[in-house]
Design a protein around this ligand. Structure first.
Ligand SMILES: Nc1ncnc2c1ncn2[C@@H]1O[C@H](COP(=O)(O)OP(=O)(O)OP(=O)(O)O)[C@@H](O)[C@H]1O
Ligand SMILES: Nc1ncnc2c1ncn2[C@@H]1O[C@H](COP(=O)(O)OP(=O)(O)OP(=O)(O)O)[C@@H](O)[C@H]1O
Ligand SMILES: [Mg+2]
Ligand SMILES: [Mg+2]
Lengths: 228, 228
């Protein structure tokens, strides 16, 4: 369960201030599948970075399963992230000098509770579920844009998170591959994964049950998605 | 005018070979606006890198305005690129430690023929045409994904190229911003710019006059776009 109250995020650029988030109030229950939409620069990635415990709001409160995230120290916040979250970054953020397989295995190797008996097998399985079984040994710069995006998706899912935060996860994918990825997210959501997806594509939002729209750092609409 | 004949591109990965392009035959006339579509990994970016004189095919010939590009040395190829081409990369490829304004001005500062009397003014104009007049001093990591994409677009257009190669230029843009960018490309095409756009979105392809589809490194269809 995610609860944001009056979240604000300002950035200083020279003498100017950019008000990227201007008082966000948002509650997401376990098992929801939510689309976050809005124009370029409206604050979607900034919102995702807050939800992902990767960035500190300027003010406001953020509760994740009842835990006040801002009260935690860096280590405790990192543990919370590793235990509960999967994050697909808008820019993928893959490690450049490691293969697709290693990129996906890494979060499991860092798991403090050593929850994963066979990281190698699990990483292979995650990559084949996104159609990359024949690209395990490729470095990121030996992969197409959509293949890099799918490695980022596999990496986010391999630790069996409770909450998946995906920032434009299908932006570099053709429609067929998009359908495969969204079907995978929906199946995991049916099994209990809470999913928040930033997207600017209506057909991706159509897979979600709720759609939240941002404009200039504020939520301007928040309503259920009408199934087609 | 672009002419590719039996273009092949192989990549070696360990002992394996990836046949990214398997005999591409393609002719594009001046003033065309062509969409390149196809599934993730089908060879679209590899094709664009060949057209952009950024990559050498394994075999086949490439004529750009009658010039055999493969016969040129590196300097001559670089001059040809700077004189004639604008390239929007799928991953943007902005310089991380320079501002939006500097990123856009750079190609003009490197122009051997010093064709541009006032690079600063031209860069400002290009950035405001993509809606970024208030982001000139931001570094790439102080910009949203779609804003970085628009800086890459502005940079590709500012040298007044003859041929624009844009690899998924709207992948990170909401529909309103996408319409603005495609209207800009169409207006420049009306004025004589030859445009080749990789896209996986049908509404983007709808702005083009011809659609070429790749699958597993081959062209599987090539036909006019029926206006909606
Ligand atoms: N440097 C490289 N070394 C090895 N294989 C490569 C390299 N670059 C690309 N490939 C492979 O070549 C194929 C074509 O890649 P390309 O980037 O052209 O695809 P694409 O059509 O642009 O895909 P996307 O829509 O995902 O961007 C892919 O299967 C990719 O894994
Ligand atoms: N580090 C930063 N410093 C200054 N301004 C920033 C920084 N990061 C983001 N911004 C600004 O904050 C605003 C919101 O950015 P954000 O990345 O959240 O937008 P977004 O909705 O994800 O956009 P897109 O759809 O283009 O990815 C933008 O106008 C951007 O220029
Ligand atoms: Mg974003
Ligand atoms: Mg590509």
């Amino acid at each position: 369960v995610v609860e944001l109250r009056d979240i604000r995020r300002d950035y200083a650029v020279g003498d100017a201030v950019v008000h990227a988030l201007r008082g966000i109030n948002l509650r997401i229950e376990r098992g929801e599948m939510v689309a976050i939409m809005g124009s370029s620069g409206s604050g979607k990635s900034t919102l995702m970075n807050t939800l992902g415990c990767l960035d500190h709001p300027t003010s406001g409160s953020f509760l994740l399963d009842g835990v006040a995230v801002e009260a935690l120290d860096d280590d405790a916040r990192a543990d919370l992230r590793n235990a509960k979250l999967g994050f697909v970054f808008q820019g993928f953020n893959l490690l450049a000098r490691t293969t697709a397989l290693e990129n996906v295995a890494l979060p499991m190797l860092y798991d403090r509770h050593a929850r994963f008996a066979d990281p190698d097998a699990r990483a292979r399985d995650a990559l084949s579920r996104v159609g990359l079984a024949d690209r395990l040994t490729h470095l990121p710069n030996e992969l197409s844009g959509g293949q890099q995006q799918r490695v980022a998706i596999a990496r986010a899912l391999v630790t069996e998170p409770k909450l998946l935060l995906a920032d434009e996860p299908t932006g570099n994918l053709d429609s067929h591959t998009t359908v495969e990825v969204m079907a995978l997210f929906q199946a995991l959501n049916d099994q209990g994964l809470t999913v928040v997806i930033v997207t600017h594509e209506d057909e991706v939002a159509a897979y979600c049950k709720r759609s939240v729209r941002l404009h200039d750092g504020e939520i301007v609409s928040d309503h259920p998605v009408v199934p087609k």
